[in-house]
Design a binder for this molecule. Structure first.
Ligand SMILES: [Fe+2]
Ligand SMILES: [Fe+2]
Length: 389
């Protein structure tokens, strides 16, 4: 396995996971990478490791550059096991290495690996670690993605090792943003943000503020490709996402039993269409919830529909709603809709959750049995009146 040279004496030595399709519930159609970075200086330093099952791949890449026993420092920016899983075996191979991490990182690694005898050096925000000709500075970025997260900045080469931030789940033999179709990379970066980082907008905002003074030419995340040609672009996108800035766009998410709820969904779409607002129709039978979130990231309007089944919404809708609530998008406008036969609880239940999530609400729509053409027209017209523009 070959390492990839990033700049002089700095190498990507991670692993490519071509086969992973489910990352704790997130559909990763394009696979992913676990990125580890090797810095060759007076002190030989590895930034992050890989998922444990990819340890051998990482070790063979490290070994192509340097004897792993010579590693002095292993920076652990994040405890989650896709980045720390390789640590226990690496410490066997690099017996003299010190683990550089945040206070929560030390606690987390000890809890994960019973690592009381590892040699830890704990870094505060702003602490500098001298590597010889270079130095690493650390900035804590709690909750981007766990309480332990930090990023590491290599001043002399202007590289930010950002861990989960700015990542994308893409498996690729290419390593850099300018070697890969950019629109796909940006979409995957958005999907990653929507499914992993979205609940932590205010922390992302703080992290971005803490990084503003740094001169960054390369962002080297822990998943996917490295940003070197589009750094300002992705930072701008993150600022937008962290601020919950949305576009004039509606996502209409629904499941349907006998197509009545689906017909209401299309009547709702017509209202947005007539108002010149772009829409995405997302039937939960054919779209994965993690793909729907990619659109939710951009959309101002989230319309959610379900018929009533056994006094409840359909399980597919409940599942999406739970996922949406956990990811907590803000500054959105919600709308509940659905058809019913006799009891009709689903629409009220959906609306309740949207309200709890802090969404502004459009009038809900609940229609018994099969909606007539007149009823559907009324749905469209009433919604258009609410979409004042
Ligand atoms: Fe993570
Ligand atoms: Fe990760």
């Amino acid at each position: 396995m070959k390492p990839v040279k990033i700049t002089d004496n700095i190498y990507w030595v991670g692993a490519v996971d071509w086969n992973i399709r489910n990352f704790h519930g997130y559909l990763t159609q394009k696979g992913t990478t676990y990125n580890a970075y090797l810095i060759i200086d007076e002190k030989i330093t590895l930034v992050d490791t890989v998922k444990s099952s990819f340890f051998d791949e990482m070790l063979s890449r490290i070994s192509a550059v340097v004897d792993p026993s010579k590693i002095d420092y292993i920076v652990s920016n994040h405890v989650e096991m896709d980045h720390s899983g390789g640590l226990p075996r690496l410490i066997e191979a690099a017996k003299n290495a010190r683990i550089i991490t945040s206070p929560n990182g030390e606690r987390g690694l000890k809890a994960h690996y019973k690592a009381d005898n590892w040699d830890f050096a704990v870094m505060k925000t702003g602490d500098r670690l001298d590597l010889g000709k270079r130095s690493l500075t650390f900035v804590h970025t709690p909750m981007v993605h766990w309480p332990d997260n930090m990023v590491s900045y290599l001043k002399e080469d202007k590289i930010l090792f950002s861990n989960d931030a700015f990542g994308q789940h893409i498996a690729s033999s290419e390593c850099f943003d300018d070697e890969f179709p950019f629109d796909i990379m940006l979409e995957e970066a958005g999907k990653y943000y929507a499914n992993i980082v979205l609940p932590y907008g205010s922390q992302v905002h703080k992290a971005l503020e803490a990084l503003t003074g740094l001169d960054i030419e390369i962002i080297a995340p822990s998943h996917g490709l490295i940003w070197r040609s589009y750094v300002p672009k992705i930072v701008k996108e993150y600022e937008k996402w962290a601020a919950n800035e949305t576009e004039d766009m509606a996502v209409i998410v629904y499941d349907t039993m006998w197509n009545s709820t689906e017909r209401i969904a299309y009547a709702i779409q017509k209202a947005f269409d007539d108002k010149g607002i772009s829409t995405k129709m997302m039937n939960l039978k054919t779209n994965h919830i993690s793909d729907i979130m990619t659109h939710v990231l951009k959309a101002r309007y989230i319309c959610l529909g379900s018929p009533t089944l056994n006094n409840n919404m359909l399980p597919t809708v409940a599942s999406f709603l739970t996922y949406l609530k956990g990811l907590a998008p803000k500054k959105r406008i919600g709308m509940a809709f659905g058809s019913f036969g006799w009891s009709g609880q689903s629409v009220g239940q959906i609306e309740e959750v949207l309200k709890e999530a802090g969404f502004e609400l459009l009038n809900k729509v609940s229609i018994r049995y099969i909606p007539s053409e007149e009823q559907l027209q009324e749905v469209t017209e009433s919604l258009k009146k609410q979409l004042v523009r």
